[in-house]
Design a protein around this ligand. Structure first.
Ligand code: GGG
Length: 361
């Protein structure tokens, strides 16, 4: 029996609703499964906790989190806490503290999903976001606060080690896909130091991967290419900030932010990796029961693959595609289905698939 210990951090807003749904689906996947089991432990690290106790993560929290096999995260962000406090005190403390330097963001049009983009069925991308430095290095400060002389700096940091490892990760990802294409996103025409280093190291690493077809695109230009020529992109590597923005666009083009998943990976395995839907806490729909759980389910698929449970991952993805393809869709995709209805349907589809496998085996 393989037991996977999973730390669950629902966080804020609809994070609580979709992660609860995701846990239900994961539990359904292993019911009557003799070989695999999940042990979940939920952590109440949230903006509510911060407002009550002055901290998101208690003392010793990261040490305990480190002992888990994976982290299943919801969303962070609250109307009562400044965004830079909630992001840095919770999500980034984990991503950066656990050196989860590779953020993987797939985008493709799922069956039955209507995109506003004509030709969206050609979208099949993986955006690799550098997740440990760049514009998110936290390097900067403010002086003379409140005075006319006030200054604020936000310094992007690009280290040879940080850049080289994310490019190598992106090349490996490109090698694992049939088209073996990798696009470097940059802004080195205007940013002539860190971004030039970013480009140079990319082409150094490229020499080790002669089978990968590479090209280079400015971040502004790639937005139009994503819309006008989606079929020309496969794997895309971009800095922390650029990829954050591009992956929201990718999600919208492939239907909605509500279905987009992501993995924050520590490829060396010295720390657990963290899996989360891309969307945030969505105050406008929190508590209404209409959050789309598909982003959290697809995220669970990525977590299962990371844990080596490829058969279960495949079964869950097939169940998601069957349900969404049947037209049972949440309001963000133009449907009327509730979180609960979609979750119940995916659980039923998972059970049907398990029965079919048992019948064959
Ligand atoms: N589940 C993703 C999430 O909660 N994101 C919150 C957020 O504000 N992220 C901004 C960022 O990662 O740059």
């Amino acid at each position: 029996m393989k037991k996977h210990r999973i730390a669950v951090i629902p966080g804020d807003g609809i994070g609580l609703e979709v992660i609860e749904a995701g846990k239900r689906v994961l539990e359904t996947l292993v019911e009557n499964h003799p070989d695999v089991n999940f042990e979940f432990k939920t952590f109440d690290w949230s903006s509510r906790r911060y407002l009550e106790q002055g901290e998101y993560i208690p003392e010793g929290g990261l040490e305990e989190l480190r002992t888990f096999d994976a982290i299943y995260f919801g969303a962070v962000g609250s109307e009562q806490v400044p965004d830079h406090v909630s992001l840095w005190d919770l999500r980034l403390k984990i991503c950066q503290g656990f050196d989860q330097y590779a953020n993987v963001r797939p985008a493709r049009l799922l069956p039955g999903v209507k995109s506003r983009l004509q030709g969206a069925e050609k979208i099949d991308w993986v955006i690799i976001r550098e997740n440990s430095e760049g514009e998110y290095s936290g390097n900067g400060g403010r002086v003379h606060q409140g005075l006319p002389e006030e200054v604020g700096t936000e310094v992007s940091l690009f280290t040879r080690k940080g850049v080289e490892r994310i490019h190598r990760f992106a090349f490996d990802m490109a090698m694992s896909r049939p088209r073996r294409k990798l696009t470097l996103v940059t802004k080195s025409n205007a940013q002539r130091h860190g971004m030039v280093l970013w480009d140079e190291i990319f082409f150094e690493v490229a020499r080790e991967y002669p089978e990968v077809e590479v090209d280079r695109e400015l971040v502004d230009a790639i937005t139009t290419r994503m819309i006008l020529k989606p079929e020309t992109l496969d794997v895309v590597v971009a800095t922390n900030l650029h990829a954050d923005i591009l992956s929201d666009l990718a999600a919208a083009l492939s239907g909605s932010l509500g279905i987009a998943p992501t993995a924050n990976l520590n490829p060396g395995g010295g720390f657990p990796s963290m899996f989360e839907p891309i969307h945030g806490s969505a105050f406008d729909i929190t508590g209404k029961g209409i959050a789309n759980p598909v982003g959290a389910f697809w995220t669970a698929v990525m977590m299962l693959e990371h844990l080596g449970e490829n058969a279960l991952a495949g079964r869950l993805m097939a169940a998601i595609e069957e349900v969404i393809g049947s037209g049972l869709q949440a309001p963000d995709l133009g449907g009327q289905a509730t979180t609960h209805e979609i979750t119940a349907a995916v659980c039923d589809a998972v059970r049907q698939k398990a029965k079919a496998v048992q019948a064959v085996g």
